[in-house]
Design a protein around this ligand. Structure first.
Ligand code: APR
Length: 274
C-alpha cells in the first residue's frame, strides 16, 4: 500500500486538473453505515431498501405523508436523517479539504447526502444525490436550507407555490440537471480522478469515471469507445475492488480505509511540494 500511496501523491502533485468522486465508504469512519458493504443498510435491512424504492412515488402521490416520513413522524427514515445531520467529518474528509486548499483538487463530486465534505471545509462540492440539509422545488428548481423554510404546515410550499421536496435524490428520481451537467463537465475535463469509498454500481453517477476514461459524453458511452482510451489518471481508494477495477477503467486501486489512505497521500504530496 505504501508504494501506491507514494504513486498517488506523485500523480496528484503532477496533475493540472484533479477531481474526486466519493461515496458512502467515505463516511463509515464517521459512524454512518454504507449501503452495500457487509454492514451496509441495504445488506442488513431489505425492508428499508424496498421502502427507499417507493419514496419518490410517495412524494408524487402523497407529499404530506412523505414529509411525515422525512421528519420521523412516521417510520424510522427521519431518525436516520437526524443521525446523519449529527455526524462529524473524519480524517478522510479533512484530507480532501486540505488537497483543495493546496490548490491540487478542483472539486469533489459526492453521492453522499451527509454534507460532511462541506463541514470539513471543502469549498467546491457537487452533491450529486442532494443533501439532508436542504430542500428543493421540482417546479422552479430553487433550493433552500432546512432552516429557511417553515415545517409547521406539511407539505411545505415553495415561493412559486409548488410543493417542496427534500433535496435528497431518491431511487427512480431524475438527478437535478444543474448538478448532473456540471459533474459531467468536470469528468470530461479532468486529467486525474480519485474515486473514494464507492462500490461504483449506481447510475448515472457510475458513468462519470467512464466518461473520463473514454472522454465520451453519457450519450455515446456504450458505443464502441474502447479505442478512445485516454491517459487520464484514475485512482480508486476503496475497501474492496469494484467494477471499475475489474474492467480496467481505473489505473490502480489502493485497498483500505479512506480515513487512513487520504491523510497519507496529503503527507506525501507535501513532501513532494517541499
Ligand atoms: N474506506 C474505504 N472504503 C470503504 C470504507 C472505508 N472506510 N467503508 C466502506 N467502504 C467501501 C465498501 O467496501 C463499498 O465498496 O465503500 C463502498 C460503499 O459502497 P455502497 O455502500 O454501495 O455506497 P455508494 O457507492 O456510495 O452507493 C451509491 O447508492 O444506495 C444508493 O443513493 C445511495 O448514494 C448511494 C448510492
Amino acid at each position: 500500500m505504501e508504494s501506491l500511496i507514494k504513486r498517488a501523491a506523485e500523480d496528484m502533485a503532477g496533475s493540472k486538473y484533479a477531481i474526486v468522486l466519493t461515496g458512502a465508504g467515505m463516511s463509515t469512519e464517521s459512524e454512518i453505515p454504507d449501503f452495500r458493504g457487509p454492514k451496509g443498510i441495504w445488506t442488513t435491512n431489505k425492508e428499508a431498501e424496498a421502502k427507499a424504492y417507493q419514496r419518490y412515488e410517495l412524494f408524487l402521490s402523497d407529499p404530506k405523508a412523505y414529509w411525515e416520513e422525512i421528519l420521523g413522524l412516521q417510520g424510522t427514515y427521519g431518525t436516520f436523517h437526524e443521525q446523519i445531520r449529527q455526524a462529524q467529518p473524519n480524517p478522510g474528509h479533512y484530507a480532501l479539504a486540505e488537497l483543495e486548499a493546496l490548490g491540487i483538487l478542483r472539486c469533489i463530486i459526492t453521492q453522499n447526502i451527509d454534507g460532511l465534505h462541506k463541514k470539513a471545509g471543502s469549498k467546491r462540492v457537487l452533491e450529486y444525490h442532494g443533501s439532508v440539509n436542504a430542500v428543493r422545488c421540482l417546479s422552479c428548481g430553487s433550493r433552500f436550507s432546512r432552516e429557511e423554510i417553515s415545517l409547521n404546515e406539511l407539505p411545505p410550499h415553495c415561493k412559486c407555490g409548488a410543493v417542496l421536496k427534500d433535496d435528497v435524490v431518491h431511487f427512480k428520481e431524475p438527478i437535478p440537471l444543474d448538478v448532473m451537467t456540471e459533474s459531467e463537465n468536470e469528468a470530461l475535463q479532468c486529467d486525474l480522478m480519485l474515486i473514494c469509498g464507492t462500490s461504483a454500481v449506481v447510475y448515472p453517477f457510475a458513468n462519470l469515471p467512464r466518461m473520463a476514461r473514454y472522454r465520451a459524453s453519457r450519450l455515446v458511452l456504450g458505443l464502441d469507445v474502447i479505442g478512445r482510451k485516454t491517459d487520464v489518471k484514475i485512482i480508486e481508494a476503496n475497501a474492496d475492488p469494484t467494477p471499475l477495477t475489474h474492467e480496467g477503467v481505473s489505473d490502480y486501486l489502493i485497498q483500505g480505509k479512506t480515513g487512513e489512505i487520504l491523510p497519507r497521500i496529503v503527507e506525501e504530496v507535501k513532501k513532494i511540494r517541499r
